[in-house]
Design a protein around this ligand. Structure first.
Ligand code: FAD
Length: 464
C-alpha cells in the first residue's frame, strides 16, 4: 500500500496550478489547514484578512469534497501539530507551498527539523510567485534593489511556465478536525463592520476565477487609462485572491497573455511589483519594521493619536483621502492610486510614522500582505528600495482633480459631499460658507503640509 502524504495548505488556498498539491495528491492525502497565530506573532492575519480566510476555507473544503477529500482544520503550534498529524496518519512526507515572511521561514525550518528527527521530510514547493527570490541576482551578483532592472531581467527570462489543472480526483484520508467556527476567525463585535465585505467579495478559488475571467473580458484592454481612475472598476481587484493563493500569479499572467496583453503590458508589470516586494522581503527581512534606507531612522515623525484616528476614520478634510479610508473600512480594499495618496498624506502632510499607517492597513485590508504592504509604505515614505524622492509630495487636492475629475468616487464614499458642485468637490473648504457640516476642514492646509514635510526631511539630512 502507498504511504499517505500530508498536504499543508497555507497561503495557496486553491486546487489548480498548485505544485505542492500536485506532488502530494498521487498518494492518499490528508489536506490540512492549521491556524498558527503564535508563530506569526505581530503578523498574525488582521481582522479583515481573517474574515476572508474564514470564507476561503469554507470554499476550499467544498471544492475538496467534490474531489474526494475534506479539509482537516487545526489550531496550535505547527512545530508540534504538523509532525503529530503526520505520525498519526503514518505519513513521512509533508508538502506545502513556500512562504517568504521572516516568521514563517523560521517556523518552517523548525517544522522541517522536527519532522527530520522523526524520519519525515517537509517538501516546500514554489507556488506563490513568478520567480523565486533566492534564484535572482543582478549583474553585480546582488539582490535587486530597484524595480526597473528587476522587471527587465524577468521579462528577459521569457514566459513563466504554463499553469496546470486541478487534480480531478483525490484519495482523501478522513480524520475529523476542528469545525471552522472553532478557529474563531469571524469577528464577533458589533456593529457588523464586515457586512460591506460580504457584499463586495466572493472569497475562494471559484470567486477568484470568475473575477479573473471578468477582468480579462472587460478590463484588460482599457487597463492603461482605467487603472488610475478610482471611480470605475479599472483594475482587476485580484489582490486578496492572490494574497491567499486562490489564484496563482502565473494563472493571472497567462490569462492576460491569452486575452491580448503583449510585451511588458502594465498589468504584467503590476504582477512583477508583487514579485519585487517579495524579493525585497526575502533579502531584507527587516522591511516590515525598519526603514530600508537607514538614514530614515532619524526622520522626525511625531506620533499623534488624534491625527492617526482622524485619518483612520476618513475625517482628514481631504476628500480623496477620506473617500479611500472609508472605502477601505467598508469593503476591506482601497484603489491603488488612493492608497498612494492616503499613505503619503499620513506620512508627509501629517508627519506620522509609516509603521502606524501600515499597521492600520494590515488590520483592515482583505489583501494585507506583509511584502506588498511594507514595501509600498516604505516606497511612499521615501525610505524604501527604489522609492520616489522624498521631495515629491502628492498634493491630495490636485490628485483628486486629476484622477477623480467629476468627483464621483468622492461622492460615493463621502455622502456629506454628495451635493457639492464639481469645482469644490476636492476642496470643499473653499466653498462660500465652508464645507457642508459635519464634513471637517483639512487637518493641515495642503501647501503648509508640504512645507512641513520638506522641513522635516531637511532636518533629517542636516543631522546626518
Ligand atoms: P491591479 O492593478 O489589477 O494589479 C494586479 C495585481 O498586481 C494586484 O492584484 C497585486 O497583486 C499586484 N500589484 C499591483 N500593484 C502592486 C504594487 N504596487 N505592489 C505590489 N503588488 C502590486 N497590495 C497588496 O496586495 N497587499 C497590500 O497589503 C498592499 N498594501 C499597499 C499599501 C500601500 C500604501 C500602497 C500604496 C499599495 C499597497 N498595495 C498592496 C499595492 C496595490 O495597491 C494593490 O495590490 C492593488 O491596489 C490591488 O488591486 P488590484 O488587484 O485591482 O490591482
Amino acid at each position: 500500500m502507498t504511504a499517505p502524504a500530508l498536504f499543508w495548505f497555507r497561503q495557496d488556498l486553491r486546487l489548480a496550478d498548485n505544485p505542492a498539491l500536485e506532488a502530494a495528491c498521487r498518494k492518499p492525502v490528508l489536506p490540512v489547514f492549521l491556524l498558527d497565530d503564535e508563530a506569526a506573532g505581530t503578523w498574525r492575519a488582521g481582522g479583515a484578512a481573517r474574515w476572508w480566510l474564514h470564507r476561503s476555507l469554507a470554499a476550499l473544503d467544498t471544492a475538496l469534497r467534490t474531489r474526494g477529500a475534506a479539509l482537516h482544520l487545526a489550531r496550535g503550534r505547527a512545530v508540534e501539530v504538523i509532525p503529530a498529524l503526520a505520525a498519526r496518519i503514518g505519513a513521512n512526507e509533508v508538502h506545502a507551498g513556500l512562504l517568504y515572511e521572516p516568521w514563517a521561514r523560521k517556523r518552517d525550518a523548525e517544522v522541517a527539523e522536527r519532522l527530520r528527527a522523526e524520519g519525515g521530510t517537509l517538501f516546500l514547493h514554489s507556488s506563490a510567485l513568478l520567480h523565486e527570490p533566492h534564484t535572482l541576482r543582478s549583474g553585480q551578483g546582488r539582490p535587486y534593489a530597484a524595480f526597473t532592472p528587476f522587471a527587465r531581467a524577468l521579462f528577459g527570462k521569457g514566459e513563466p511556465p504554463a499553469p496546470f489543472r486541478a487534480p480531478q480526483e483525490l484519495s482523501g484520508l478522513e480524520l475529523p478536525g476542528l469545525a471552522l467556527e472553532a478557529l474563531e476567525l469571524l469577528p464577533s463585535d458589533e456593529p457588523a463592520w464586515w457586512q460591506g465585505m460580504e457584499e463586495s467579495w466572493r472569497p475562494g478559488e471559484a470567486g477568484a476565477q470568475s473575477r479573473l475571467a471578468r477582468f480579462m473580458a472587460e478590463g484588460l484592454r482599457g487597463y492603461g487609462e482605467g487603472r488610475d481612475r478610482p471611480a470605475i472598476e479599472g483594475t482587476a481587484r485580484l489582490s486578496p485572491h492572490l494574497r491567499w493563493g486562490e489564484v496563482s500569479p502565473r494563472q493571472a499572467w497567462h490569462a492576460a497573455r491569452a486575452a491580448g496583453a503583449e510585451g511588458d503590458h502594465g498589468f504584467l508589470k503590476e504582477l512583477l511589483w508583487r514579485d519585487f516586494s517579495y524579493h525585497l522581503l526575502w533579502h531584507r527581512p527587516e522591511m516590515p519594521e525598519a526603514p530600508l534606507a537607514r538614514r530614515f531612522e532619524a526622520f522626525p515623525a511625531v506620533r499623534d493619536m488624534r491625527l492617526l484616528r482622524r485619518w483612520q476614520r476618513g475625517r482628514t478634510g481631504f476628500p480623496l483621502v477620506d473617500a479611500g479610508m472609508r472605502q477601505l473600512w467598508q469593503t476591506g480594499w482601497m484603489h491603488n492610486r488612493v492608497r498612494m495618496v492616503a499613505s503619503s498624506v499620513l506620512v508627509k502632510h501629517l508627519l506620522q510614522p509609516w509603521q502606524d499607517g501600515a499597521a492600520w492597513f494590515w488590520d483592515t485590508l482583505v489583501d494585507a500582505d506583509l511584502a506588498s504592504n511594507s514595501a509600498s509604505w516604505q516606497w511612499i515614505g521615501g525610505s524604501g528600495a527604489d522609492a520616489s524622492p522624498f521631495f515629491r509630495v502628492f498634493n491630495p487636492v490636485l490628485q483628486g482633480e486629476r484622477f477623480d475629475p467629476e468627483g464621483d468616487y468622492v461622492r460615493r464614499w463621502v455622502p456629506e459631499l454628495a451635493d457639492v458642485p464639481r469645482r469644490f468637490v476636492h476642496r470643499p473648504w473653499a466653498m462660500p460658507g465652508g464645507p457642508p457640516a459635519p464634513y471637517p476642514t483639512p487637518l493641515v492646509a495642503p501647501e503648509e503640509g508640504r512645507r512641513r514635510a520638506l522641513d522635516a526631511f531637511a532636518r533629517m539630512r542636516a543631522a546626518e
